[in-house]
Design a protein around this ligand. Structure first.
Ligand SMILES: CC(C)(COP(=O)(O)OP(=O)(O)OC[C@H]1O[C@@H](n2cnc3c(N)ncnc32)[C@H](O)[C@@H]1OP(=O)(O)O)[C@@H](O)C(=O)NCCC(=O)NCCS
Length: 180
């Protein structure tokens, strides 16, 4: 598999480009976005490092993570991003972030719907999972809205920002989704 482009009503979900990195670094650095993530004080240099480490030519390779930009169709500006981890040939883990100024406007709903359709409908994957901090209400409510089932509550399983935290694991099977 080479590269990827998912088109939804308002967005194009595509590989990152260098022009995305200033905005990407800015929203990753914001306190509300970083709150339940492993990073703090995210910099432009961090964004460049991540960008340069990604090889979209291998998109779909088992064991690899890929970051995709959610870009506004009208001007190709980045409004958020999706992360895809190909766990093995059949299972995928996803992550998602929307820049604070675009939150609460259905961006994640539309982008993740497009991603689910792509992963189940085009790639024929069997199962998608997502993990979220149990205090990240927006994140788990979003997953539940998208039809994901909560199938695990890990107790103090992850140490970051000076404390042990709990995580929920969510999953969605192709047979449970609208795409079969
Ligand atoms: C989680 C996140 C991606 C949601 O993006 P968004 O574009 O604002 O989400 P949407 O507008 O599509 O909302 C979808 C659903 O998510 C839930 N939701 C979103 N924001 C919420 C909030 N502040 N409080 C509670 N539920 C919320 C609701 O169920 C909402 O559906 P509804 O509007 O029908 O009630 C966004 O808040 C974000 O980027 N957070 C910071 C990064 C992060 O923590 N990512 C998750 C890592 S696991």
């Amino acid at each position: 598999m080479s590269s990827i482009e998912i088109t939804t009503h308002n967005f194009i979900i595509r590989p990152f480009e260098r022009k995305d990195l200033v905005k990407f670094a800015n929203y990753r650095a914001s306190e509300s976005v970083a709150r339940y993530q492993s990073w703090a004080d995210y910099t432009y240099q961090d964004a460049i490092k991540l960008f340069e480490s990604m090889d979209y030519a291998t998109f779909g390779a088992a064991g690899q993570w890929y970051q995709l930009a959610i870009s506004d169709k009208s001007n190709d500006a980045i409004v958020g991003d999706l992360a895809i981890h190909f766990i093995d040939a059949e299972q995928v883990e996803i992550g998602f972030t929307v820049a604070p100024e675009f939150q609460g406007k259905n961006v994640a709903t539309e982008a993740i719907s497009g991603l689910i359709n792509y992963l189940f409908g085009c790639l024929g994957k069997h199962r998608i999972i997502a993990t979220t901090d149990t205090r990240n209400i927006a994140s788990y409510k979003l997953l539940e809205k998208m039809g994901f089932r909560r199938e695990g509550h890990f107790i103090k399983n992850i140490f970051f920002k000076g404390e042990w935290s709990d995580e929920y694991q969510y999953a969605l099977l192709r047979s449970e989704s609208k795409i079969i």
